[in-house]
Ligand binder design. Structure first.
Ligand code: ATP
Length: 370
């Protein structure tokens, strides 16, 4: 539905979007996710035609629209501030775009009714925006944008103005509206949980570049870079000196049965950066003198609990391990009366080899580029 080829936008002498290549499928809920200033909105505005690319190509439903005016592109944009007409009723707001496109009754009336049903606002036709809640206003904005039957709907942080509870409800609502209408959605957000909840696929952007495009599960389970690992959920990064590679497993031997492992491919011996999620790590008290089981595989590393943070359903432990690095470990609070592990406790952390994998470490690169 949408193809971006080497899309680049330079403002003055700073590149806001750098060499972005993406293909978005028809009917897909596709999100652009990244921190403030990473180029999400600029990318979306180029798709809409509000911003001209410095170089590259935009293809919409097979047509090259790179230099086509916004009005001639069959896409619609929904903004955070809704941009509803305050003096018009809900029905008039939804009908507005149809008037411009010269869609006449009875078709216009039918489309307005269909769209208000799709966003569950039947019965609200005569109200004006001031008589609606924030969530309802956003649904009117959606209905207005969808009434034109755009090939794609471009949404720029559309839930940003809503409070947390309403935002969560609207996330599910938006996803179901998208599924009911079958419209391609391109959604801009800096909120990783929001993107994970709604998207079929997500492009994670950083410094104007796309770092990884994947479905939510793969982004979380198999981040390719340290940036993606840290931006999607909480992640532990460890730099390990690999001194053995056999049977598809790379190992850093820490002595006394302790080691860090990860799945190869590791391109060469030497240091690699690996990641492990906090919920994948098991924790047991350290028992001096107890021999480590020789047949165990995976990572085993000693550490000292530095902090414990009670978070209701779980406790987050910060553990300083024997390499000097700090790992976050999540422990479910699922046993009645269990005492939290206190700072200063000596522990052994362990996790399966499959839960660690090598990521491209772009921490240094970002510091240089910042
Ligand atoms: P946010 O989540 O804060 O909206 P974003 O990821 O959408 O951020 P963009 O709005 O695309 O980021 O901006 C990317 C970069 O381009 C930023 O550094 C921004 O300051 C710069 N930028 C955006 N628009 C312009 C402009 N019209 N003129 C100059 N610089 C701009």
């Amino acid at each position: 539905m949408i193809e971006l080829h080497s899309l680049t936008k330079v403002f003055g002498n700073a590149a806001a979007v750098r060499d972005v290549n993406l293909t978005i499928q028809p009917g897909e809920f596709f999100s652009l996710l990244g921190p403030s200033g990473c180029g999400k909105t600029t990318t979306l505005r180029m798709i809409a035609g509000f911003e001209e690319p410095s170089s590259g190509k935009i293809v919409l439903a097979g047509d090259d629209v790179t230099w086509t005016s916004p009005r001639r592109r069959n896409v619609n944009m929904v903004f955070q501030n809704y941009a509803l007409f305050p003096h018009m009723s809900v029905a008039e707001n939804v009908r507005f775009g149809l008037k411009i496109k010269r869609v006449k009754d009875p078709e216009a009336g039918e489309r307005v009714a269909d769209m208000l049903a799709a966003v569950r606002l039947e019965g609200f036709e005569r109200r004006v925006p001031a008589e609606l809640s924030g969530g309802q206003q956003q649904r009117v904005a959606l209905a207005r944008a969808l009434a034109n039957r755009p090939e794609a709907l471009l949404l720029d942080e559309p839930l940003g103005a809503l409070d947390l509870k309403l935002r969560k409800e609207m996330q599910l609502e938006l996803k179901s509206i998208q599924q009911r209408t079958g419209t391609t959605f391109v959604y801009v957000t800096h909120d990783q949980e929001e993107a994970l909840t709604m998207s079929d696929r997500i492009a994670v952007m950083n410094g104007g570049r796309v770092e990884q495009v994947d479905d939510p599960r793969r982004l979380y389970e198999r981040p390719k870079t340290s940036f993606v690992a840290g931006f999607i959920g909480t992640s532990n990064l460890l730099t390990i000196p690999v001194d053995d590679r056999s049977g598809g497993v790379a190992t850093a031997d820490l002595g006394d049965g302790m080691r860090l492992t990860c799945r190869d491919p590791v391109t060469s011996n030497g240091s690699v950066t690996i990641t492990v999620r906090p919920e994948k790590i098991g924790l047991a008290p350290w028992q001096p003198g107890r021999a480590e089981p020789a047949d165990k595989t995976g990572s085993r590393v000693r550490g000292t609990v530095a902090e414990n943070v009670y978070l209701g359903s779980m406790t987050q432990l910060i553990v300083e391990i024997q390499t000097g690095e700090r790992l976050i470990v999540n422990q479910l609070n699922d046993r009645a009366g269990a005492e939290p592990i206190q700072p200063g406790s000596e522990v052994v952390l362990s996790w399966e080899t499959e839960n660690s994998f090598v990521v491209e470490d772009d921490r240094q690169e970002r510091k240089v580029g910042a």
